[in-house]
Design a protein around this ligand. Sequence first.
Ligand SMILES: [Zn+2]
Length: 324
Amino acid sequence: MALEVVLGIDIGGTFTKLGLVDRNGSIHFEDEISTRGYPTIEEFIKSLHSHVIQSLEKIDTPFLLLGIGVGAPNGNFYAGTIENAPNLAWKGKIEFVQLMENQFHLPILVTNDANAAALGEMLFGDAADMKNFLMITLGTGLGSGLVVNGDIIYEHDGFAGELGHVLVYDNGRQCGCGKRGCLEAYVSATGIKRTVYELMAQESLESEIREIPFSKLNPKMITSLAESGDPIAIKAFERTGYLLGRALADTVAHISPARIFIFGGLARAGRWIIEPAKKSMEYHLLPIYRDKIDIVPSALLDKNIAVLGAAALIWKRLDNKPVG
Ligand SMILES: [Zn+2]
């Protein structure tokens, strides 16, 4: 019997990653193509299609492709659109699912990458028995997937759950979305870098980071410097974790999740980000919520959660049974 698989696609600003995922979350084939260099979305989809067809022809084992799940910035699950994604070349409202169906002739579903990550955790990670949880992705930006009663919250316009763009400070740092003072401008790979440089301007503490140019610095370096006792790196994590924990306390008051998962480059900092975030969250929580909610790294931290999550969109639809 042919192995049933789903194609998971994650469209990022630079690369588009894809993989064939079976019902158990095993990835049978992985690949990536450039997202850049296509002036129109139609050209991109055409290239993606021929790439997928060529790749699938090389697979020896018989398989049955059931559908394609896609994670994309500003992907709208209900409308099947990608709308004004800041880091993609194609502007406006793209009828993505329609265009994909015309090319692939398969069921297609789209959502944003953080929602996809939450679905990945639900179907293939540590949230299998969990009906209420929160997924925070700490990459270049801050994404969030809110799961309530076993389903992602999409709500009225399909865009619910944008924790990255809640206000942290009036007239604060400029955010990529055009607003000022968003959480993402502080709590993300870019945000913590900005905090590091702010701290170096404010404090006369000695730090190895003073020798590192902004464009070279990344969360991995900040983490290893924190491990070696660098005071600027440690303070940067404390400030970042504090703001994350404060925002999470607000979100807990809205949806009361059982657990909070974090994923992405900054999540790899482990205790350096989790401990100050947890401390701050507990401090800011209404007492009825205290000591009940863990902040933990995703079980899929070392796997391709973006592709797994995108595929989970289709698997969840096919399952036809409540998760948990
Ligand atoms: Zn913003």
